[in-house]
Design a protein around this ligand. Sequence first.
Ligand code: ADP
Length: 521
Amino acid sequence: MLKKILIANRGEIALRIVRACQELGVTSVAVYSDADAHAPHVREADEAVRIGPPPSSESYLLGNAIIEAATRVGADAIHPGYGFLSERDWFARAVRDAGLVWIGPPAEAIAAVGSKTAARTLAVASGVPVVPGTTEALRDAKEAAAIAKRFGYPVLLKAAAGGGGKGMRVVHDETEIAGALDAAKREAKNAFGDDAVYVEKYIEGPRHVEIQVLGDQHGTMISLGERECSVQRRHQKMIEEAPSPAVSSELRNRMGEAAVRFAKAAGYTNAGTCEFLLARDGSFYFLEMNTRIQVEHPVTELVTGIDLVQWQIRVASGEKVPFPPHIEPRGWAIECRITSEDTANGFLPSTGRINYLHVPGGPGVRWDAGVEAGSEVGLFYDPMLAKLIVWGASRAQAVVRMHRALLELTVDGIETSREFHLRVMEDDEFRAGAIDIQWLERRLPSLLSMAPTANELHSAAIAAALIADAERLGRLSGSAGSGAGGSRGSAGAKAGNGDPASISPVSGWAQLARLESLRDR
Ligand code: ADP
């Protein structure tokens, strides 16, 4: 087993890896920028190394400085988490060349699937269905128009090096194509330094369903089932669940087999995810492979009972994957990404200090966070503060439980996506599982106009007054005058029997009682 792991990341995923190390008896080493000197991941790790100033380009993206730090502290491996350097094949190679173990797939596998077009070619070669389209970089708008005509509108222009929804444009007819191509190329060039763009048929109303795979260094590669990630805004996932309401056991096996076939063809080991579009008619198309642990991995952990981050470390240590090839999910898990965004105001980023934080608890609730009360939230990094994850015996129970947990959550000092998630959990279509990747864009206006109810406004006002009062009395660590604002105070739920239909927003007595007790302290 590896003995000492340097974690080349920050926030909730760095803390998640620290926790896996602790349970495995492995020493963890955090790295940090000056903005994170007091962050939870730094404090909880056994050791910590400063890398540089706040901008990622001068800290978390400095591959060589990170490898140097690992060598200096005597680490035997590097875990990259997600984002930052996690999918850079040069970094995986440099780690290996420095005599360290890379906790992830081989650099060659990352390179083989790193570009969308290369991955498409590999998928076709291994008999995995892809969205109809091309793999060659477009020369100009004329060529794009000719190809679009062949596949039929609407089409999607996609950056070969794309990620995070950047460099992508839907084109409905020929008049739009030149403008869309320019925009996609410009965005791709800015984001990835590569302006290669290709064409895919635009699939109407599909679901985003992805398969988690896990492979060892001895030839075993298995599927751990699917995650449904259709609740997206601007191609960014907001809510994920496992299993998917649209996937039968039979489809799960077929998609799982396709993902395993692809991963094997790519020479893959360790944990990875194959993303698919699941069309309304039940056909599925491979989109791309993410060669890292994903943000949404906890929902798979909760329904399979397999600790994915620990298994990343075990597999990298040379252990064999001991699980059967197909694992049926048990119960239902949902994850909400709690971001520092003002969802009522166009999802504007919100910055400031978290003055007060109450974390939900109780049965089936998991909180993976990179922040705590007192944390400063700035603009240097991703707005995701935490992930709230719940498990229930059924989807209905998981929805009710998530609603209850969101009501318990109180964040004061910055705006968060909490209210937005409450509205989604109350939404009839979401509760019926009737979602696709365009659902949120379609539904957002009515979701936002639902919020907040009169009761919520009332309890929010009382909560704000109580927090301001507590601040005046010096019982909160907040700065002067920051009593207003924040994602707090809301409806309570009379959820009762586990039937999501019985969710009804009533005033949040529990939350008010908590704030009152704070005042009495
Ligand atoms: P990125 O790497 O930028 O995230 P993806 O290829 O994973 O790009 O696509 C991101 C999202 O865009 C998908 O989750 C899906 O919502 C949508 N999408 C991608 N390809 C198509 C397509 N051919 N038709 C319809 N929607 C698509």
